[in-house]
Write a protein that binds this ligand. Structure first.
Ligand SMILES: NC(=O)c1ccc[n+]([C@@H]2O[C@H](COP(=O)([O-])OP(=O)(O)OC[C@H]3O[C@@H](n4cnc5c(N)ncnc54)[C@H](OP(=O)(O)O)[C@@H]3O)[C@@H](O)[C@H]2O)c1
Length: 436
């Protein structure tokens, strides 16, 4: 059995490649089933976010398994293996464990320490369990990742400060509007006519940060108007005007700054939509959707500035130094959590020999119990039979307890192999003695 992660992220692939691989929740079951249908894939779970698509998997054979996952990614994205490979990373065993723990802690995020990634890791755990694509190994690893993410946020300073893709998007608007006025600094948004398209998690964070950065009011457009209205009610200090998404053209004509954060799979704004509108002289569009909500062709229109998640790097770089220092605090905690998982994994090596020993002792117990019961004859009541049976099981469990504890305890591989071999030889578990 071999643990690996194969995937891509904002570090290895631009948004135009990442959006081809994004897997929405509605099609996650089908993707997990496709992966599990390959005989090389014993367990699988998928982390799909705006910045990454990662497949954590337990493989029968590392080379054949990684190739199988690569073929799945190529089929799913419609990109040829040669086109996709330069953007993919593969980590094996302890490196895969370390990677997931870093991801869950927010240390691999574009905005260091952002909190949304932990909910996305939790969602991966939930979907893997719901669709039965994970077994004991990935379950253990994913749960360890979730608890590591929680520990990093409660035990280090990295969890402080409400940083997110949305806060970076608002900062990008402030920076770009400042640069347009010849200033290299973040400026207040008080003069902007602002709209937010979408009323999900990211839109909520956008409203939070817009309110904090001087914005005087926001038009909030959503497909489901009631959801926008419910969200607006949570921001009593910020005037929020809710509109159905059908009012988008009107909004694009009247607003100067529009954020898009919908989970639509195709662009909802493109050049053909903007061209006929009687717009203001300048329109800034900031798109944090992945797949992108705004087509790249709008950039050719005069007065239109378009930015997507990859453009957030510019603001992120400006204030990352302090967070990088905070991230250092998390490193020893991550190392400790990785060690705990790897010790547990190493202990699994002993499971086949222990299972065989248990079966062998159980066969002896059962045979001896039947002999004893037949000697007792019919006078022995059902209750007495049960007591004797429980006694025999209790003795076996007591005998097995020390070897189970000792073989699964943290120790070097060599020590464990020696102990397994000795046990297999002494109890005549021959085929397993050879493997150990
Ligand atoms: N969550 C994150 O950490 C994160 C970070 C960065 C970027 N993003 C990206 O930001 C986007 C939104 O994420 P989220 O977490 O806020 O999603 P979410 O909470 O699931 O909300 C989804 C929003 O998209 C709208 N929507 C879905 N399909 C649509 C369609 N076909 N046309 C128009 N509107 C549609 C929904 O409208 P209804 O209310 O009508 O359903 C809702 O307002 C996604 O593209 C995601 O990849 C997310």
């Amino acid at each position: 059995m071999h643990l690996a992660v194969i995937g891509l992220s904002h570090r290895t692939a631009p948004v135009e490649i990442r959006e081809r691989l994004s897997i929405p929740e509605q099609t996650m079951e089908d993707s997990l089933q496709q992966l599990r249908a390959d005989e090389q894939v014993l367990e699988a779970s998928i982390l799909s976010t705006c910045n990454r698509l990662e497949i954590y998997t337990l493989l029968r054979n590392p080379d054949l398994g990684v190739t199988a996952v690569g073929s799945f990614l190529s089929r799913h994205s419609g990109l040829g293996v040669e086109e996709l490979s330069p953007h993919l990373f593969t980590y094996h065993h302890e490196d895969a464990v370390g990677h997931l723990l870093r991801v869950a802690a927010g240390l691999d995020s574009l905005v260091l320490g952002e909190g949304q990634i932990l909910s996305q890791v939790k969602k991966m755990v939930r979907l893997g369990q719901e669709h039965r694509s994970v077994g004991p190994i990935l379950n253990r690893l994913m749960n360890q990742a979730v608890s590591t993410g929680k520990r990093v946020r409660t035990e280090t300073n990295l969890g402080t400060g409400a940083v997110s893709i949305s806060s970076a998007a608002v900062e990008l608007a402030q920076l770009k509007l400042g640069q347009a006025r010849g200033l290299d600094q973040l400026i207040s948004l008080e003069d902007e006519q602002v709209a937010v398209v979408g009323a999900g998690r990211m839109a909520r964070l956008l409203l939070q940060h817009l309110g904090a950065k001087g914005c005087r009011g926001v038009v909030l457009l959503n497909r489901t108007l009631a959801r926008a209205e419910a969200m607006a009610a949570d921001f009593p200090a910020l005037p929020v005007q809710c509109r159905p998404i059908d009012d988008l053209d009107h909004c694009l004509s009247t607003c100067s700054l529009v954020f898009t954060s919908t989970a639509a799979e195709d662009p909802i704004i493109d050049a053909a939509r903007l061209e006929p509108l009687n717009r203001r002289s300048s329109l800034m569009l900031i798109d944090i959707g992945v797949p992108r909500n705004i087509a790249a062709d709008v950039s050719r229109l005069s007065g239109v500035q378009r930015y997507d998640v990859d453009d957030l790097q510019e603001v992120v770089n400006r204030n990352q130094e302090a967070r990088r220092e905070m991230a250092q605090e998390a490193e020893s905690l991550l190392a400790e959590e990785a060690r705990l998982f790897l010790e547990w994994w190493d202990g699994l090596e002993a499971v086949p020999v222990l299972n065989k020993l248990r079966r062998q002792l159980d066969d002896i117990r059962e045979a001896e119990l039947q002999k004893a019961l037949s000697r007792m004859g019919p006078d022995f009541s059902v209750r007495e039979r049960k007591v004797v049976e429980a006694l025999s099981k209790g003795i076996i469990n007591k005998i097995l307890h020390p070897p189970i504890t000792n073989l699964r305890a943290p120790q070097s591989r060599q020590q464990r192999h020696q102990a397994m071999r000795a046990l297999a030889e002494l109890f005549d578990l021959q085929d397993l003695a050879d493997e150990a």
